[in-house]
Write a protein that binds this ligand. Sequence first.
Ligand SMILES: [Zn+2]
Ligand SMILES: [Zn+2]
Length: 215
Amino acid sequence: MENKNHAPAAEHETQQAPNLVAQDLHIHTTYSSGDSAVLPQQTVAFVARFRHARILGISDHVEYLTGKTFTRYEREVRSHGLLVGTEVNGAEWTSEAAQLEFDYYIYHCRDRREDYLGAEELLSTDKPVILAHPMVLDTNLDKVPPRCLIEINNRYIWRDDWRARLSPYRDRFRFVIGSDAHQPHWLNQNIARRVAAELGVEETLLFPATVLSRV
Ligand SMILES: [Zn+2]
Ligand SMILES: [Zn+2]
């Protein structure tokens, strides 16, 4: 009892936050300017203020982050203390993405030889490479390098027979849970967390906490 009373206020508040999840690295913002699912209210500042995860990163599509935009994106995301990620749409974008200073990659790996090679190219940066929604992309997980992580994605996981498709790979890969939020009310992982629990896979946390308290 006494300990509880002496806990720092900020920490106490964080622990009490009902929707604070451990990690969310798959989040889009208005930087994904050509993605029609993104709402104008879904800014980096909004995600930073909402702070729904202890480990929090933004992962806009790399095709909208080239040139000077990358500098602006990196500066803005870091200014909020968040991790700087990106979502990479197949082998066509891996070289571009590997050259930019991202903390991690969310990767679209379709069932194509060049996309499996693209995964290797991203892994060569030594940054985490997370396979986004592999079932939607028909990724053949037997061909994916085991150093990649597999995402259980709140937006898509329920669309397929996840039990049959992912159970065989429980020991081959490490798993992460992501929202793939494009809109404020998508900033949650309720379905994905239930699936992970039912599959019996443990979530891998890739970074130290970025969110220590709510502001
Ligand atoms: Zn995607
Ligand atoms: Zn996405």
